[in-house]
Design a protein around this ligand. Structure first.
Ligand SMILES: Nc1nc2c(ncn2[C@@H]2O[C@H](COP(=O)(O)OP(=O)(O)OP(=O)(O)O)[C@@H](O)[C@H]2O)c(=O)[nH]1
Ligand SMILES: [Zn+2]
Length: 205
């Protein structure tokens, strides 16, 4: 079942006035949002981010992860450039949902790491499906991205679906004493690139 465009509006933020595009994934009933800025008609690579929903980090100031800080840094970078897209994907908890993420956090409070906690709950480490991004990018006319991420799986998923990832822009921000183990586990078990491998890194303004 397709992911269909529903409506678009202005979204003023402290960083820029974005256009907000709403999409419905008819297979899951999930409602996704894309924020866009500028014009993509010339086909040149667009600064972009696939941001997975994290209610605790994005809205509730959690320091267990780096999501809120990455969201803000990505929107700031797009605003600075005057052109870009942020796909806000409703794949909370790497796809297991909010309540299961809280269950996973409970296990982590008892000593498990982020991957072990998922496995103890009977889930794979990462259940996200990025195929939903293609109809959203096609709707916006985006064929090539400069992708802000540390996650090589996102680069591979986009490339496999025919989107050009012209550049990976690391997004290292929001590190604190509470998410040290979380970030280390992402590097060791989920292949995230946590070093400063690249000069075009996005820093928080
Ligand atoms: N299951 C589970 N999900 C988590 C946990 N901590 C954060 N998340 C979710 O992980 C998703 C963010 O994924 P990350 O692995 O932090 O980062 P990423 O999006 O893969 O990679 P970047 O593009 O580099 O940020 C969000 O959906 C969060 O809700 C956790 O301990 N357990
Ligand atoms: Zn988070």
């Amino acid at each position: 079942m397709p992911v269909v465009f529903v409506a678009a509006s202005k979204l003023p933020t402290p960083f820029a006035q974005f256009t907000m595009h709403g999409f419905l994934d008819e297979a899951t009933g999930r409602e996704h949002v894309v924020l866009s800025l500028g014009d993509f008609a010339d086909g040149s690579p667009v600064l972009g981010r696939l941001h997975s929903e994290c209610l605790t980090g994005d809205a509730l100031f959690s320091q267990r992860c780096d999501c809120g800080s990455q969201l803000e840094a990505a929107l700031q970078a797009i605003a600075r450039e005057g052109r870009g897209v942020l796909l806000y994907l409703r794949q909370e908890g790497r796809g297991i949902g909010l309540l299961n993420k809280i269950r996973a956090y409970e296990l982590q409070d008892g000593g498990a790491d982020t991957v072990e906690a998922n496995e103890r709950l009977g889930f794979a480490a990462d259940l996200r499906d990025y195929s939903i991004c293609l109809p959203m990018l096609q709707h916006l006319g985006v064929k090539s991205l400069r992708l802000m991420t540390n996650n090589p799986r996102k680069v591979k998923a986009l490339t496999d679906m025919g989107i050009v990832v012209a550049e990976r822009v690391p997004l290292h921000t929001g590190h604190n004493p509470h998410n040290k183990l979380y970030l280390a586990t992402k590097a060791s078990k989920l292949d995230h690139m946590m070093g400063n491998e690249h000069q075009g890194e996005v820093d928080r303004a």
